[in-house]
Ligand binder design. Structure first.
Ligand code: SF4
Length: 64
């Protein structure tokens, strides 16, 4: 199972991660990324890769 880490201190709230994988990423009232859950299923890996790639502040990392 793949686990995800986010760096809220680096996040600038662009929301690209939410567009890429809304089942896992959200933005809170402060406008910063939050995780709905910290693991993804195999079928969500493409969306996770897209979220990490599209994040302009490199706030998303994951370990397969
Ligand atoms: S794409 Fe990156 S900067 Fe934008 S909300 Fe997500 S984690 Fe934050």
């Amino acid at each position: 199972m793949t686990s995800i880490k986010i760096d809220r201190s680096a996040c600038q709230g662009y929301g690209n991660c939410v567009l890429a994988l809304a089942s896992v990423f959200d933005v809170d009232g402060e406008g910063l990324v939050v995780l709905r859950r910290d693991t993804v299923e195999p079928g969500e890996l493409d969306g996770l890769r897209r979220a990490a790639y599209d994040c302009p502040t490199d706030s998303i990392t994951f370990v397969a």
